[in-house]
Design a protein around this ligand. Sequence first.
Ligand SMILES: [Zn+2]
Length: 153
Amino acid sequence: MYGQALPIDNTRLAAMTAEARLRAIARLRAAGLRPTRQRTALAALLLGDGRDRHVSAEILHDAARHEGAQVSLATVYNTLRAFCQAGLLKEITVDGHRSYFDTRLDDHPHFYWEEEGRLTDAPKEQLRIERLPDIPPGMEVAKVDVVVRLRRA
Ligand SMILES: [Zn+2]
């Protein structure tokens, strides 16, 4: 099981209560997404208590199955991407293959805890970006992601 330990704190999902489902349906409708059963279940786990969290598709998939939702990992991925496009979540890619989905929507830096595979918010007010490199003509900066990777000293 080495390397399989699930991160604990801010990846914990919302409790699947009736209130969480209602909140999820309202958020989906406001974002222009039809609240299908699967979308509602996933949105309730992510957004049902209004707390900020960062989850991977795998963690959300495990939680959804635990709640009895019949949903494949591919569907979870597709749903997360749809939520991002609708502005409900932001995707943060840490390695080429590892994405986290953030329910906090403002621009903010992150810590990536390499040994635990965990992503958390870093203090936004302490970040200063003095200057970005010149970008090629005809291009604009779409977004700047700041991920500070941590390992034990
Ligand atoms: Zn964040």
